[in-house]
Design a protein around this ligand. Structure first.
Ligand code: ARG
Length: 456
C-alpha cells in the first residue's frame, strides 16, 4: 500500500478493479524500471541513500525485470493499482526495507510522465524503421515501373496518364511527411519530468539534470506543473498514428480496387489474401480492408484522449491514466498495419501492360491536345473548348482519339496540322511532360535515385 498512514479502511475491491491500470500499463514495465534505476542512482549520488541501499534497489529492480521476462513474476490487477505500485510491492518482497527509500522525492505523477515519454521515444523509433522499410519496398517496385502506364484519376474518373512509379512515389512522399511528423513529436517528448514530484518539485536536493541526461533527454522539464500534466506529446503521437493510418488506408483502398475483376491491375499474393467460406472462386483482400477498417479506431483513440483532457485543471488528474489504452492500441495497430502494407506490396504481382491499349482508346490525352493549341497561341479557355468539341464529335461518331485523322481535326478547327496527332501517342505521353514533379520517366528516375541515396 502506497499511502497507508492516512487511511483506516482499504480500497474496495470493486474500486480497485475499476481504477487499476495494471492490465495495460504493464506495457511500461521496462520504462518504469529504467526510471526507478536512474532515480535510485541519482538519490545515491546526491547522498539521499547509501551505496548499499542503492545496490540493493538496483539489483532488485533488475531481478524484477528478469522475473517478468521469464514469466516468473506476473503482477495481478486485482492486487495493484498500476505497474508502479506492483513493482514497488515486488521490490519490498525482494529487498525489504530499502524499498521505502526508492520513492524519495518523487511521485507517481512525475514517474509515469517520465515513463510515458521514454516509451513514446522508443516506439517512435520503431515506427520510423518500419516506415523506411515501406518506402524502400515502394521504391523497389517503382524502379521497375517507370514506364508502366496507368490512368491518373481525379474524382475517380480517368484524368491523365501517369506511371505506377509516379503513383508510388506519391506514397513515398506521404510516408516521408509521416516520418517528419514523428521527428517533431520525438522532440516534443524530449524533456524529463522526473524531479517535478507530484506537481511542485521538491525540498530535497534532487539532481534532475543528472536523471534527464541518463535517460537521454535534452533537459529536465522547465515547469513542474506542466511536467506532470502535459500529455501533448501523446496527443501528437496519436495524431502521427492517425495521419499515418489515413495514408495506409488510402493505399489499402487502391490495392483493393486494383485487385478487382474490374481493374485487373494487380494480384495480391496468397499469403496476404483470404478465401470465402462459401464461394470457392473468391480471393479477398481482407488484410487491406482491415488496414482501412482499423483506421477508424486509431482516429477515435486520438479523439478519446483529447476529450479526456479537455477540462482538466492543472496539474495531474487521474483522468490522465486514460492516455494509455489509446496510445498502446494506436501504435500497435499502426506498426502492424505498416508491416502488412509493406508485405502486401512486396508480394503482389503487377499486370504491367494492363492499361496501354485501353488508354490509347480513350480521351485521356485531351489536355495534351489543348496544350498543343496553347503553343499555337490559342487562349487556354478556347483551346479547352475546341478539344471539348472534338471529344463530343468523336462520341457522336463512336470513335476515339486513336481513330482521329487530320481531316477530323480540321473540321473542328483550321489551326490543326498533322503534328497535332502526335499528342495522341500514349507511349510518348509521359516523356512529353516538362514540369518538375511530373511523371516524366527521366524525372521520375532522378527522384527514385535521390530517394535511394537518402534511404539506402
Ligand atoms: N496509473 C497512474 C496513471 O497512469 C499513475 C499515476 C497515479 N498518480 C496518482 N496520483 N494517483 O496516471
Amino acid at each position: 500500500m502506497l499511502w497507508g498512514g492516512r487511511f483506516k479502511g482499504k480500497l474496495d475491491d470493486s474500486a480497485l478493479k475499476f481504477s487499476s491500470s495494471l492490465g495495460f500499463d504493464i506495457n511500461l514495465i521496462d520504462e518504469d524500471i529504467t526510471v526507478s534505476r536512474v532515480h535510485a542512482e541519482m538519490l545515491f549520488k546526491v547522498g539521499l541513500i547509501t551505496e548499499d541501499e542503492y545496490k540493493k534497489i538496483d539489483a532488485g529492480l533488475i531481478q524484477i525485470q528478469t522475473e517478468y521476462r521469464e514469466g516468473l513474476w506476473k503482477p495481478e490487477a486485482s492486487k495493484h493499482e498500476d505497474i508502479h505500485s506492483a513493482i514497488e510491492y515486488r521490490l519490498s518482497e525482494l529487498i525489504g526495507e530499502a524499498t521505502g527509500k526508492l520513492h524519495t522525492g518523487r511521485s507517481r505523477n512525475d514517474q509515469v510522465a517520465t515513463g510515458m515519454r521514454l516509451w513514446i521515444k522508443n516506439v517512435l523509433n520503431t515506427v520510423t524503421e518500419e516506415l523506411i522499410i515501406l518506402q524502400q519496398i515502394l521504391l523497389k517496385v517503382s524502379e521497375k515501373h517507370i514506364e508502366t502506364l496507368i490512368p491518373g484519376y481525379t474524382h475517380l474518373q480517368r484524368a491523365q496518364p501517369v506511371s505506377l512509379s509516379h503513383h508510388f512515389l506519391a506514397y513515398v512522399e506521404m510516408v516521408e511527411r509521416d516520418k517528419k511528423r514523428i521527428e517533431f513529436v520525438g522532440n516534443e517528448a524530449d524533456q524529463s519530468p522526473l524531479g517535478s514530484g507530484a506537481l511542485a518539485g521538491s525540498t530535497l536536493p534532487l539532481d534532475s539534470f543528472f536523471t534527464s541526461d541518463k535517460f537521454g533527454f535534452s533537459s529536465p522539464c522547465r515547469n513542474s506543473l506542466d511536467a506532470v500534466s502535459d500529455r501533448d506529446f501523446i496527443l501528437d503521437s496519436l495524431n502521427c498514428c492517425s495521419i499515418g493510418m489515413m495514408h495506409l488506408s488510402r493505399l489499402a483502398e487502391e490495392l483493393i480496387l486494383w485487385s478487382t475483376e474490374e481493374w485487373k491491375f494487380i494480384k495480391l499474393s496468397d499469403e496476404f489474401t483470404t478465401g470465402s467460406s462459401l464461394m470457392p472462386q473468391k480471393k479477398n483482400p481482407d488484410l487491406a480492408e482491415l488496414i482501412r477498417g482499423k483506421t477508424g479506431r486509431v482516429f477515435a483513440n486520438q479523439f478519446a484522449l483529447l476529450t479526456s483532457l479537455k477540462a482538466l485543471p492543472l496539474s495531474y488528474n487521474r483522468d490522465m491514466q486514460e492516455d494509455k489504452e489509446p496510445v498502446f492500441d494506436s501504435f500497435d495497430t499502426y506498426i502492424n498495419s505498416i508491416k502488412i502494407a509493406s508485405q502486401m506490396i512486396a508480394t503482389m504481382s503487377i499486370n504491367k501492360s494492363r492499361f496501354e491499349k485501353e488508354l490509347e482508346n480513350g480521351f485521356i490525352l485531351a489536355t495534351d491536345l489543348a496544350d498543343w493549341l496553347v503553343l499555337k497561341g490559342i487562349p487556354f479557355r478556347e483551346a479547352h473548348n475546341i478539344v471539348g468539341r472534338l471529344v463530343t464529335y468523336c462520341e457522336e461518331k463512336n470513335i476515339t482519339f486513336k481513330d482521329v485523322g487530320i481531316n477530323d481535326l480540321k473540321l473542328i478547327h483550321e489551326i490543326f496540322t498533322e503534328d497535332a496527332l502526335n499528342c495522341f501517342d500514349i507511349k510518348s505521353s509521359l516523356k512529353r511532360k516538362l514540369t518538375f514533379g511530373s511523371p516524366n520517366p527521366e524525372l521520375v528516375e532522378k527522384q527514385i535515385n535521390k530517394w535511394i541515396e537518402k534511404l539506402g
